[in-house]
Design a protein around this ligand. Structure first.
Ligand code: ZN
Length: 139
């Protein structure tokens, strides 16, 4: 069994930017030479998140709107009183969605559904450059 760890950089444009990273994840598997196993995608940071979605414009709007109903912009966050960085909502949304995703692959192919893409979700209040860790375990 082998373990290969890679890092990729991506740049988000704004809060609620959802970036389809499926191709980069698939490329990392191809380059690894590992045929069967799992890949973990992890964002190093507490205001981003990783999940899957059907990457189409409706859901790309619906998903952040759903998060805003759970963690609205206009309520009090204790994080704000402590740090004054204006992104309390970003942190709680990030924790809710989660920083990582593990996807199995077989014969070099991600076992995703046809309409299921792997996405990075920018939840901070501004554009950011992000380091994503891709760790492949398999044989
Ligand atoms: Zn903060």
């Amino acid at each position: 069994m082998a373990v290969i760890t890679k890092q990729i950089k991506i740049s988000s444009k704004s809060e609620n930017d959802i970036i389809d990273i499926t191709e980069q994840v698939a490329n990392a598997i191809s380059e690894s030479g590992i045929s069967n196993g799992t890949i973990t995608v992890f964002v190093s940071g507490s205001t981003g998140a990783i999940t899957t979605i059907e990457y189409e414009p409706g859901l790309v709007n619906d998903f952040p709107e759903m998060l805003s109903r759970i963690a609205p912009d206009d309520i009090n966050y204790e994080h704000e009183q402590r740090w004054h960085d204006g992104n309390g909502r970003s942190h709680v949304k990030s924790s809710l969605v989660g920083p990582s995703l593990t996807v199995p692959f077989k014969d070099g192919q991600l076992l995703l559904g046809t309409w299921q893409q792997i996405v990075f979700l920018e939840l901070d209040t501004r554009a950011r450059t992000r380091n994503l860790v891709l760790q492949i375990i398999g044989e």
